[in-house]
Design a protein around this ligand. Sequence first.
Ligand SMILES: *[C@@H]1O[C@H](CO)[C@@H](O)[C@H](O)[C@H]1NC(C)=O
Ligand SMILES: *[C@@H]1O[C@H](CO)[C@@H](O)[C@H](O)[C@H]1NC(C)=O
Ligand SMILES: *[C@@H]1O[C@H](CO)[C@@H](O)[C@H](O)[C@H]1NC(C)=O
Ligand SMILES: *[C@@H]1O[C@H](CO)[C@@H](O)[C@H](O)[C@H]1NC(C)=O
Ligand SMILES: *[C@@H]1O[C@H](CO)[C@@H](O)[C@H](O)[C@H]1NC(C)=O
Ligand SMILES: *[C@@H]1O[C@H](CO)[C@@H](O)[C@H](O)[C@H]1NC(C)=O
Length: 427
Amino acid sequence: MFRFLVILWLQLAGYSGLKWAERFQDNSGHMEVCSGQNIRLLWNFTLAQDEHVKDMVWTCQPEGNATELLASYVDDTFVPMSEFSGRLSHLQNGGIELSCATILESGNYSVTVNTVDNNGDETLYRQTAWVKVVDTPKTQDEQLEVRQEREAVRDDTSDRQWHVHLTCGHFFDRGHPAVDVEWKTPNGETLSSSYFHKGNFHLLLSNPVKGGNYTCSLPSLSPATRCLPPGSALRDDTIYVDEMAARFSIMEARQLQMQDDSQKDNLPRHDVIGKLKNETATLQSQMEDLKFRLDTATLRVSFHARLASSFTGTGTLTPFTVITNEGDAFSGTTGTFTAPRNGTYFFVASAGTDSSDKYVDMHLQKDGVDVSWALTEQYSHYYTMGSVQATLYLTAGQRVWLHSDISSSYYDSISTSFTGFLIHADD
Ligand SMILES: *[C@@H]1O[C@H](CO)[C@@H](O)[C@H](O)[C@H]1NC(C)=O
Ligand SMILES: *[C@@H]1O[C@H](CO)[C@@H](O)[C@H](O)[C@H]1NC(C)=O
Ligand SMILES: *[C@@H]1O[C@H](CO)[C@@H](O)[C@H](O)[C@H]1NC(C)=O
Ligand SMILES: *[C@@H]1O[C@H](CO)[C@@H](O)[C@H](O)[C@H]1NC(C)=O
Ligand SMILES: *[C@@H]1O[C@H](CO)[C@@H](O)[C@H](O)[C@H]1NC(C)=O
Ligand SMILES: *[C@@H]1O[C@H](CO)[C@@H](O)[C@H](O)[C@H]1NC(C)=O
């Protein structure tokens, strides 16, 4: 048990008249009392020869509260206020003792003495003592317990490294005034806690971890600790930290973190794959487009054909002997050109008839619709010829052929030919 005893002197000076005396030796007595024990204020005054005490008043100003009256001394009788009766007693010469103090009774205690001398002059004296009632810390098992946490923790507030983690507690009341524990390392260093959380003080060991005994203790000089009974299990506790196991737990934690991080990385990786897929698709479609344009730019369509044998009558002129057929769009057998691509084409055909009274009645047709017509009749042995031509826009699949529209026609194979080519295809 620890206790300050503050002895304050009330010196009586021979001032005449009612006034405050200023000549106390120590005007700011300070005292600590463990809760449950007695507050003893040994105020000791002496009177001048012709002085005697007229009355005395004791007051207390609790921390943060208004001053309250404790007791008064009138007509040689000590009268405590009712809420203190039984606990408050007068010692001598202004001293008082309050038993079983609680932390709510911390505050400034004062005595005010009113003296009177033979002339009837009064003097007021006051002395004040600052009393702190101190309470011990309390833990759940009435002992201090240090533990090494099974898993290392990462210190995200500073170095973001993994640390072996000790706790000391478990406090449900840190006392009054509140205590902090201190730590002793195997090197003999004294450290303060990394932080306090939910009744436990936490210490994160710095890396590389040093193995050995770590002690958590209440600071021996703190008032709350001094109120503990001797040999209290609350004073300190020690734990042995195995260096290998500790370092291993940090490696383990780091490894788990790496796994965790790489799993988290998967999300962005998904994104990257998605983007790549998208870009691949975009590139592919651009490539197809380019390929198409390239095909277009390099597309070669042209044909030239001569009638393979003379044709008479009506219908599509056929068969042709194909001389040129780039792009293979013309069929000599059917006499038909089929547009391979949308685009603009040019066609020309000429025909002669080598028989009197015979006609060339030749229609250039696009899907059965006339686009150009040639009509000749041979009256005598004079050879007559006619020709058709057209520049046509064709969409892929549209067909162009030569049609004979009269039965008394004759198309000479030697002088009948059909030519066409692509001017340009659409992009
Ligand atoms: C009070 O003061 C007087 C005079 O100095 C001294 O003789 C006496 O022992 C003191 N009493 C206490 C209780 O300290
Ligand atoms: C008690 O008195 C001291 C000195 O005058 C002062 O500093 C302190 O704040 C006072 N305490 C309270 C609780 O009034
Ligand atoms: C102040 O006074 C009120 C009313 O008497 C009381 O409830 C409270 O506990 C007191 N506070 C302190 C710090 O003594
Ligand atoms: C650790 O403390 C225990 C007792 O608490 C003691 O037996 C042991 O020798 C100490 N170890 C070291 C390395 O100080
Ligand atoms: C691919 O790109 C298109 C257009 O740029 C966008 O609308 C679509 O959301 C993208 N898809 C993915 C999986 O990123
Ligand atoms: C060809 O033209 C037709 C009719 O205008 C159109 O529907 C088609 O998409 C075109 N084809 C190409 C490959 O541009």
